[in-house]
Ligand binder design. Structure first.
Ligand code: NAD
Ligand code: UD1
Length: 339
């Protein structure tokens, strides 16, 4: 299993995974339409690894272009990151989310059937567990209908891939349920820098740290948690990337369908994150307490025991390191965009 087709390979998680794949000597081909990424990421991947992966710029929904790529490249395995991911936007533009996330997955499954590509890793999310009845969440916990169209696309694509695995026992399908990816590559060359005002906590804190935003709005301090603020499982994006390489090793064993949580197994509250961020960077992060955000749950974190046992997964980085790496990327990005 040498050649890996990475859809969405210039995005946040995709780019870090591509670096790991190249370091592990995989032959990487990327498709990305640059909807939420920049071509410079390809230069940065080359800067870090010394290898410039083959890149195709088009929408994965474009079946004729996708067919050409499969015909020419004959990938052994697909890692499917491409998709839209903003929860709030998906509630306002459901069709856009259903169309892109589902159609791109349909197109890839069709190509798998046509070109006998038997292996796929799919970027799923902890959102498929809905409102958790207990933590830590294990892979056996029920998948529930999601509160957002974004989340619903993950539930649907998981189901479609499960059904495909029943009629194609030769397919090896790995569903990876990510918890909250944060941080950046230690080089400061790859990371996450969303346009506009960030919805997610760490990108927001990064903007406060570099003076682009005034203070963090903490959404609620009356949850039944350690300090009243929401608890999540924040995983360094480089650990998450490593999980993908490990999942390829698993697929080589012909497991059929397999499902893994990728998280640290530990929960951290919003106020704890702010404190760790300040300790890691030496930058003061002012905050105010706001009301709860609609749709938020009190506590959400993973059991990663299955991934540890079956993939050999473990986390090399803690939340504090992720905060520092995220901050360093943000500072470097500010300098680069000022030039
Ligand atoms: P991202 O937006 O940074 O990366 C996605 C990439 O896919 C972007 O480069 C975008 O340009 C590209 N893309 C989108 N639609 C495409 C299409 N139709 N054709 C070609 N390229 C397309 O997102 P990310 O944070 O790297 O997330 C990657 C995957 O992981 C997504 O499927 C996302 O839903 C999932 N996920 C992300 C998180 C998270 O917190 N970041 C959590 C759980 C799951
Ligand atoms: C969100 C999505 C989830 C998605 C994940 C990707 C929602 C409801 N859920 O998860 O589906 O998979 O992003 O990373 O959008 N917080 C603040 N102030 C802020 C931002 C966040 O206090 O400005 C708090 C939130 O209330 C929460 C925690 O920080 O307790 C983390 O929030 P966020 O980074 O948005 O991630 P999730 O809501 O866990």
């Amino acid at each position: 299993m040498k050649k890996v087709l990475v859809t969405g390979g210039l995005g946040f998680i995709g780019s870090h995974t591509v670096v790991n794949l190249i370091e592990e000597k995989y032959d990487v081909v990327i498709i990305d339409n640059l909807f939420n990424s920049k071509l410079e990421v390809l230069d940065r991947i080359e800067q870090i690894t010394g290898v410039r992966p083959k890149f195709y710029q088009f929408d994965v929904q474009n079946i004729s272009k996708l067919d050409e790529v499969f015909k020419n490249e004959k990938p052994d395995v697909i890692i499917h990151f491409a998709g839209y991911k903003a929860v709030g936007e998906s509630c306002k533009k459901p069709l856009m989310y259903y169309k892109n996330n589902l159609e791109s997955s349909f197109a890839l499954i069709e190509m798998m059937e046509k070109y006998n590509c038997k292996n796929i890793v799919f970027s799923s999310s902890a959102t498929v567990y809905g409102i958790p009845k207990k933590v830590p969440l294990t892979e056996e916990d029920p998948v529930q209908s999601s509160t957002s169209p974004y989340g619903e696309t993950k539930v649907m694509i998981e189901r479609i891939l499960e059904d495909e695995s029943k009629v194609h026992p030769e397919f090896n399908i790995c569903l990876l349920r990510y918890f909250n990816p944060i941080g950046a590559h230690k080089s400061g060359l790859l990371g996450e820098d969303p346009n506009g005002i960030p919805n997610n906590l760490l990108p927001y804190i990064n903007k406060v740290a570099v003076g682009k935003l005034d203070c963090v709005h903490v959404f609620g301090n009356d949850y039944p948690t350690v300090d009243g603020t929401g608890v999540r499982d924040y995983i360094h994006v480089c650990d998450l990337a490593k999980g993908h390489v490990l999942s390829l090793n698993k697929l080589k064993e012909n497991p059929g369908l397999c499902i893994y949580n990728l998280g640290t197994g530990k929960g951290t509250s919003v106020l704890e994150i702010i404190k760790l961020y300040e300790e890691a960077t030496g930058v003061k992060i002012p905050y105010v307490i706001d009301p709860r955000r609609d749709g938020d749950v009190a506590i959400n974190y993973a059991s990663n025991e299955k991934a540890k046992k079956e993939l050999g997964f473990n986390c090399d980085f803690d939340v504090k390191q992720a905060c520092l790496d995220g901050y360093n990327y943000q500072v470097a990005e500010e300098k680069r965009t000022k030039k």
